[in-house]
Design a binder for this molecule. Structure first.
Ligand SMILES: [Zn+2]
Length: 284
């Protein structure tokens, strides 16, 4: 199914060389404005009219327009909700809606897996407490296998990766700058935040520790200036609040506002997380 094909086209997507059993017909897609960034062709006022071979699923049709199904919340055929495996009756109108935000996650806990190009985003998600698996040396197959085995949302900017059949739960990351990307992920899933509880470098848990335990790892200036410390259970890195001035505080504050705004916009009931209690955060 390709936008702009004529009625005379006999192509059969997904079955190269197979004769079309059903005469091609015209169907019209109405795409949620929130999804138009994925489209390969610009829709007209009356939607996106394409030729349909009569046999492909509506999900295949949506993907052939460029929209990954991970981004689709609901498909309606002639106004009725439809499964993405459904076929499209001739001359029908198909409405494609974006996922509603906040998007529920398995077990109510947002756990993510990031592709190798999203290292800065991974560090920021860990800073606000999200369990974030990231390696910059992994293959797409391993990435998908990890996401599947650990029930994680696969975060990527790679649309082709999201279209892989093996991807069960994925999300396209919007925005080019890490702060935009962080806002997008938090706005989409509205996860429970736990700032300063994970190691930004390795995703390990941070535990408060007495200064004496990490003193030998500190530079003299740090040793003199700070008294409250945490240490990563996995890699042993020491952390103290103030190492990056107020920059990280601002990242955390913005993250909290983003999640609170999304939960509030959803009526306060549909979020997967709750606003964190600032007094409950351990050593920074
Ligand atoms: Zn660590």
């Amino acid at each position: 199914m390709r936008p702009g094909q004529t009625h005379k086209s006999r192509s059969t997507p997904g079955r190269p060389g197979a004769p079309a059993k059903v005469a091609a017909c015209r169907v019209t897609f109405h795409i949620d404005p929130d999804l138009t960034l994925f489209l390969r062709a610009r829709p007209g006022e009356a939607g996106l009219a394409v030729d349909y071979d009569g046999t492909s699923s509506v999900g295949h049709g949506v993907e052939s327009l460029g929209v990954p199904l991970t981004e689709v919340g609901e498909i309606r055929i002639a106004g009725h909700p439809a499964d993405d495996h459904a076929r499209i009756p001739p001359e029908s109108t198909v409405t494609v809606l974006a996922r509603r935000r906040p998007q529920p996650v398995p077990d109510g806990t947002a756990r993510v897996c990031l592709d190798g190009h999203l290292g800065t985003l991974a560090r920021r998600l860990r800073l606000v407490g999200l369990d974030s698996w990231y390696r910059n040396d992994t293959s797409d197959d391993d990435l998908i296998a990890t996401a599947t085995a650990e029930n994680r949302v696969l975060l990527t900017k790679d649309r082709a990766l999201l279209r892989r059949r093996a991807v069960r739960l994925g999300a396209y990351v919007r925005g080019d700058r890490p702060d935009e990307q962080l806002c997008d992920v938090l706005d989409r899933f509205a996860p429970a935040l736990a700032p300063w509880t994970r190691c930004p470098a390795c995703n390990g848990h941070l535990d408060p520790v007495p200064k004496a335990e990490v003193e030998h790892l500190l530079l003299p200036g740090t040793r003199r200036t700070y008294s409250s410390f945490a240490r990563c259970r996995s890699c042993g890195r020491p952390y103290w609040h103030g190492a990056h001035g107020g920059r990280l505080d601002r990242v955390v504050e913005r993250a909290r506002r983003t999640v609170a705004r999304r939960i509030s916009a959803d009526g306060g009931a549909g979020g997967t997380g709750t606003a964190p209690d600032p007094s409950g955060t351990p050593a920074r």
